[in-house]
Structure formats: C-alpha cells, structure tokens
Design a protein around this ligand. Sequence first.
Ligand code: ADP
Ligand code: MG
Ligand code: MG
Length: 247
Amino acid sequence: PVLLEMRAITKEFPGVKALSDVNLVVRRGEIHAIAGENGAGKSTLMKVLSGVYPYGSYSGEIRYHGSESRFSDIRASEQAGIVIIHQELALVPGMSITENIFLGNEPRRGGAIDWKSANRQALELMARVGLREDPDTLIKDIGVGKQQLVEIAKAFAKDVKLLILDEPTAALNESDSQHLLDLLRGFKQRGITSIIISHKLNEIAEVADSITILRDGKTIETLDIKADGVDEDRIVRGMVGRELHSR
Ligand code: ADP
Ligand code: MG
Ligand code: MG
C-alpha cells in the first residue's frame, strides 16, 4: 500500500528550476532512499513535502494516506506525522537535551512548563533512540552522532509517522552511522516509514527497500532494492547521467 505520492512536482527559485515534474512514490512501512548528486534537488523535494515550501509555492500534487495534502507550513506537515531532520541540525547548542527535544512544545501543568515531566518523557524518548546521557546535558557537550539522536528523539516527541532524514550520516563516524541505520530498521519494525537521502551505496544497500534517483531536478527512476537487489552501476549511472536509461 502506498503511503505517499508526489506527482509532477515542479519548484523554481529565481533563475533556478530545482525540480521539474518529479515523481516519488513511497510505500507504507518501507525505508525509501533518495539518491542524486549535489544539486539534484533532493533536499528541495523533501522541503516541499514537509511544508518548508508551502502549498502554492510549487506545482504538482502531494497525496498522503490517499488524500491530497496541501501543507501550509512545517507545523501542518508535522501534524500529519511528517517530520524532517535537515542536513543542518536544528538544535540550540547552549540548551539541554530535554529543552531541545521539547523546544516550543513543552509539557505544561497549570500553565507552567512541567520540567519534571519533560525530563521523564525525554528519558523515554532517548531510550527509544539508544541515547544514554543525562537529559540535562547541553547539546554543545555531546558529539554529532548523539546530536543526530536528539533530533530523532525530537521527531518521536511529535509522533512521527514518516521520518525524513537528509544525509543523516554525512558527518557521522562509522559506529554512529551504523547505530543510526540499525535504528531505522527498528523503526520500520514498528511501522514507521522513513525516507533517507544518501549517496552512500553501502548504506542504501544495507537499509533501503527502494531507491529513487534524481538528477538535475528530474526523476530518473525508482528501483525496488528488496526485490531486485542493488545494481550499483545502474544507480551511479542514474545519478551522474553518463549513460541514458530507458525507464
Ligand atoms: P541537493 O539536496 O540534491 O543537493 P538541493 O535541493 O539543495 O539539491 O538544490 C537543488 C537546486 O536548487 C540547486 O541548483 C540549488 O542551488 C538550488 N536551490 C536550492 N535551494 C535554493 C534556494 N533557497 N534558493 C535558490 N536556489 C536554491
Ligand atoms: Mg546538497
Ligand atoms: Mg541536499
């Protein structure tokens, strides 16, 4: 069953056509990779999906859970369970893990923020991502791997159904990357659909069920990795366009 369909998405910036008639179909419960060279339009496509670029600023159609979705902003897409973690993490370095997880969304009691409850909930969310730290630790005092986990815990605080990770392992070392990929597989077991932007073929092979390849703002093709395996040559040719492919 299909969870998400983006049809004929076209998005222009002044002087740049970032996306032209891009299509993306994501099945419920899968891990879907999006690959493409720098500038291919991967981040822009996910920003369209998550309401960073609202309805009206692009053309084409987004169908989510079978109905047309016109997100007016990031909050609207988050209310639908779509949470994006951007390449540049959106954490406040001088604030604690708990404060970052709930930023702007803190549990309240009698009108005031209930920090005791926030810390307790933060610990539960941190356990779900395998992050063992004191929740009062400041973001600037933990490494990028753990910061990425805080972002994912934050996504769970928002009740995520479709988790979008934009090049999540780009700045991570081998063991932090492995932990993250293991987590994605665990989330899948629990019914969470993920989209992972990556150009690392080894990690695509390891976690992805399907892959959509973008080049120069266009969809090249979608491959079913689960069924057909990873054809590395084909993926690379799709990304760099050294050979043309029939669809
Ligand atoms: P990718 O994530 O695949 O590296 P992007 O989606 O970031 O690619 O960018 C696609 C194209 O759109 C690039 O040519 C990029 O320079 C351009 N672009 C992206 N964001 C903006 C923006 N806010 N303003 C102008 N051009 C942009
Ligand atoms: Mg880029
Ligand atoms: Mg990008």
